[in-house]
Design a protein around this ligand. Structure first.
Ligand code: 5GW
Ligand code: MN
Length: 348
């Protein structure tokens, strides 16, 4: 009896050790492949990266983090903080940045930002980049992509550690309509060719603007749109949607949720890829039929966001306009368009 028992114990022990070894190997393999990804990333080639950016999964909070107690009965009452399809609308005072940053630090995310500075718009680039480095995802890995036709006029801006600046050459164009059309195409191609696998989120921003306050992890989501500061108190009949049914950007009277900005949008790379591709195709198909939407890509973006509801909506804090007086519900202006002399900067 005793002999059988000790044999059994040895077998069980053996199996346990084997399983343990297997587990350790597996773990080691994962961390190894992660490191490999890192190495090749730096060398500029593409590898598959373990996905860690899905939306609608639980958010893992680091253990032991202390932060103020959330309330479900007290909060902002002067603004609406959720859409009818239950996407959050991000306003100052609705989120805890310490908590959010800790959650996304753990996920080790990379955010990309695209900005176009074609022709005289190069003059806005320095302020844009300097303020972005300070306020846009501070403390996180950010890759800025500048598209310009004036390569030697790109300002030397020192980025904080872990943040990069890549300049891409685009042909000069005298027609804004062309620049606008090509923006979506270039965003689509950038995603396809450069970072489908190593960037998690992307934001596409106007260059004629500056950061004045935090724009960070609270803005992350699958598909992210920004409410236009010019129309958010208006009835939707006044929104400058494309109103001709012949256009693929058409939004009928009585339709539409909000009027969103063309000057800032973003989300998960795969989502923004879908958006850019769709808007580009619709833009080009319209053009073939000799039609151009009222506000070019902004009109197509608005049509897209009407069909494909954004999973996170950013309040006008995220794209204000310097010439506009701050409204009382806007507690903090984070990003704002500068006042520009149109006659001076635009080619047409
Ligand atoms: C914009 C209007 C007419 C003609 C040309 C342009 C233009 C836009 C340009 O010459 N160069 C250029 O880089 N852009 C890019 O498109 C900038 O990133 C700019 O921020 C963005 C959108 O154009 P904006 O900022 O003039 O449009 P609004 O609606 O913010 O005034
Ligand atoms: Mn602008």
């Amino acid at each position: 009896m005793a002999k059988v028992n000790s044999k059994a114990v040895i077998v069980i022990l053996f199996i346990t050790v084997l399983l343990g070894l297997l587990y350790v190997c597996q773990y080691y393999r994962i961390s190894l492949s992660f490191e490999e990804t890192w190495k090749t990333e730096k060398e500029g080639s593409q590898t598959i990266r373990i996905s860690h950016s899905s939306t609608d999964v639980h958010l893992e909070s680091p253990p032991g983090l202390k932060y103020s107690q959330p309330s479900i009965v007290h909060g902002r009452t002067d603004v609406v903080t959720v859409t009818p399809w239950l996407a959050p609308v991000v306003w100052e005072g609705t989120f805890n940045e310490l908590l959010l940053d800790s959650i996304y630090k753990k996920k080790n995310i990379t955010v990309a930002a695209t900005v176009f500075a074609v022709g005289k718009y190069i003059m806005f680039l320095k302020d844009f980049l300097e303020t972005a480095d300070k306020h846009f995802f501070a403390g996180f890995r950010v890759d800025f992509y500048v598209f310009t036709d004036r390569l030697n006029e790109v300002p030397k801006v020192n980025m904080a550690a872990g943040r990069t600046l890549t300049v891409r050459s685009v042909p000069s164009s005298n027609r804004w309509q062309e620049i606008s059309a090509r923006r979506m195409e270039l965003i689509q191609k950038l995603i396809e060719e450069t970072f489908q696998n190593h960037v998690d989120y992307i934001f596409c921003l106007d260059v004629d603007s500056k950061f004045h306050g935090r724009w960070g992890t609270e803005s992350l989501g699958g598909l992210v749109a920004v409410i236009h500061p010019g129309y958010y108190r208006d009835n939707r009949s006044r929104f400058p949607y494309e109103r001709r049914p012949a256009s693929r950007a058409y939004v009928a009277p009585g339709e539409g949720d909000f009027y969103y900005c063309g000057g800032a949008f973003g989300g998960l790379v795969q989502e923004v890829h879908q958006l850019a591709k769709t808007c580009r195709n619709n833009f080009e198909d319209d053009a073939k039929e000799g039609i151009e939407a009222a506000w070019q890509e902004e009109s197509h973006l608005n049509r897209y966001m009407w069909i494909n509801k954004p999973s996170k909506v950013l309040s006008p804090e995220y794209l204000w306009q310097d010439f506009k007086q701050r409204n009382p519900e806007v507690l903090l202006i984070r990003f704002s368009g500068v006042i520009k002399n149109y006659a001076n900067i635009r080619p047409n």
